[in-house]
Design a protein around this ligand. Structure first.
Ligand code: ADP
Ligand code: MG
Length: 351
């Protein structure tokens, strides 16, 4: 974890809104040739030379989507960009610009906002996207961040949720459930800390889980991989709310059913051991835990030879006719209807 070592506290009121924008924006360089005009005018100007443009936006609200008692601001900045880039990659598009809007109360000093923007900048550098604008306003309570990501896709390469066909393979990237477990570990440590602040958290055996929660990575590499393999998925979605909920989105939008095999769901060894320790079922975590930011896609059977040897892609089931329904085939070879429990920010138990 990156700690905020900066002890200085410059009052935001002291530098004013425009001073703050200038201060935050000055470190960002333009990298994309599609960015004609970035920060500093009434609007950004972009030129995609005939490519289709994809746009996606998300809110992150303190107390609903993040808890600053264990989320360092630098990580929050990074994650707020990732969450949005993930949506662009889920369209099989390349991300090229973001705008970042913040509503911030005066309980945050300038140094805190600098930390947030340091994380945003790291994300922009690693993922090669330009920060081209945003808005800055005050808030009476917590911190609110809204990121809009802009991307582009050439020819007819965009992939929707709606193209899955019966017999297509259901394929997932990476592994699932770790981010949710990371949150459980952090919540547990927070409770321990409340009781005894002397207690330093021991997170050694949960490093992967905590990293997946605090520093998720969007799968830019997969868009490139699919291009290199010459595979265009028939449908795709990013996994922000849990596998179950995302599969059902594809089924609904594509008018199909599916069989998902429990034994095929990719899990990291730390997910398996921590589920044993917490006495929870790893399949439930993979199906319903959120924030993995992996990609779920369907691929035509004829493309199977192209993907079968790839360690990034796991076939977890296949698409069926709509009237067959959406099912999980368990280890015991039983068929259970898939339910979207998901990761709903409006669920009262979740906040
Ligand atoms: P306006 O009054 O038109 O909303 P602003 O003064 O809010 O203009 O913004 C001036 C410039 O700074 C614009 O390019 C805007 O996109 C950018 N900007 C404002 N706030 C932020 C922010 N938090 N992060 C990045 N860019 C910002
Ligand atoms: Mg403004």
């Amino acid at each position: 974890m990156i700690e905020d070592k900066n002890q200085q506290r410059t009052d935001l009121g002291q530098i004013g809104e425009f001073g703050l924008i200038d201060h935050l924006a000055k470190n960002f360089e333009i990298k994309q040739s599609s960015t004609i005009k970035g920060i500093g005018d009434d609007a950004a100007v972009l030129d995609f030379k005939g490519d289709k443009v994809v746009v996606s936006t998300d809110f992150l609200v303190e107390g609903v989507h993040f808890d600053l008692s264990y989320m360092p601001l630098k990580h929050l900045g990074y994650k707020s960009v990732m969450v949005n880039l993930s949506d662009i990659y889920a369209m099989n598009a390349q991300a090229s610009q973001v705008t970042v809007s913040i509503a911030v109360s005066n309980r945050f000093p300038l140094e805190a906002i600098e930390e947030l923007y340091a994380g945003i900048q790291t994300a922009c550098n690693i993922y090669d996207v330009d920060l081209v604008g945003g808005d800055t306003t005050s808030s009476t309570s917590g911190l609110v961040i809204s990121v809009t990501a802009i991307g582009h896709v050439d020819k007819d390469n965009e992939v929707y949720r709606s193209g899955a066909k019966p017999n297509d393979l259901l394929v997932v990237t990476g592994d699932l459930g770790a981010a949710y477990l990371g949150l459980q570990v952090l919540e547990r440590e927070k409770e321990v800390f409340k009781v005894n602040p002397q207690n330093q958290p021991d997170l050694d055996q949960y490093t992967y889980l905590v990293e997946r929660q605090l520093k998720p990575e969007a799968r830019k590499d997969i868009v490139k991989l699919l291009k290199d393999l010459d595979v265009k998925p028939t449908s795709m979605i990013d996994i922000s709310d849990g596998l179950s909920s995302e599969i059902l989105h594809i089924c609904k939008n594509s008018d199909v059913g599916c069989d998902l095999y429990e034994t095929k769901i990719p899990l990291d060894p730390q997910v398996i051991s921590t589920c044993e320790e917490f006495n929870i079922d790893s399949t439930t975590i993979a199906l319903n835990g959120g924030e993995d930011y992996e990609l779920l896609m369907t691929i035509s059977q004829e493309d199977f030879p192209k993907i079968k040897a790839n360690p990034n892609l796991t076939v977890i089931g296949y698409i069926t006719e709509k009237n067959a329904g959406a099912h999980l085939v368990t280890r015991a070879d039983q068929k259970i209807e898939l339910q979207a429990q998901g990761w709903k920010s409006f669920k009262s138990t979740e906040d």
